[in-house]
Design a protein around this ligand. Structure first.
Ligand code: FES
Ligand code: FES
Length: 162
């Protein structure tokens, strides 16, 4: 039986009718047609389906859609504002931190949550914080560089050279 789900999706009040057992990932892709959120493993191992729910990066393949009732959900489609990429999205482009792009939305949303803390992290700390994401293409170094560049820009500090 379907139930009504009301939530805030990328700053827009949203109402959809969903089956009780649907995952947030299914609702985003199949009901809201936001296909930037990817399904990789479907079991919480790859990070491709990551979105931000009330400020916390979560695996949308592990979240029941109805559990986000009344919450704010941000997907990759909601990051750019007024046609301007989020600084981390721009850094990913500038530092060639993607190839096929399948992992990229998830990586970016987790990194956005990390950077929102306003803290300065070491490379090892960033690697650990991003370790829930798998990328088959890039070798991770350019992703780390894009996140670090954005972090130091936010902190108003020059990025230390490796
Ligand atoms: Fe959700 Fe892999 S699809 S963690
Ligand atoms: Fe292809 Fe990461 S860019 S999986």
């Amino acid at each position: 039986m379907k139930k009504e789900l009301q939530f805030i999706l990328n700053d827009e009040p949203t109402c959809v009718q969903v089956e009780e057992n649907l995952r947030l990932l299914d609702v985003l892709r199949d009901c809201c047609y936001l296909t930037g959120t990817k399904e990789g493993c479907g079991v919480g191992e790859c990070g491709a389906c990551t979105v931000i729910v009330d400020g916390e990066a979560v695996n949308a393949c592990l979240v029941l859609a109805l559990s986000v009732a009344g919450k704010r959900v941000t997907t990759i489609e909601g990051l750019a504002k007024g046609g301007v990429l989020h600084p981390l999205q721009q850094a990913v482009v500038d530092h060639h931190a993607l190839q096929c792009g399948f992992c990229t939305p998830g990586f970016i949303l987790t990194a956005v949550e990390i950077l929102e803390s306003g803290k300065e992290y070491t490379d090892d700390e960033l690697r650990k914080l991003l370790s829930g994401h798998l990328c088959r293409c890039t070798g991770y170094e350019n992703i780390l560089r894009a996140v670090k560049k954005t972090m130091y820009k936010r902190l108003g500090k020059p990025m230390p050279e490796a």
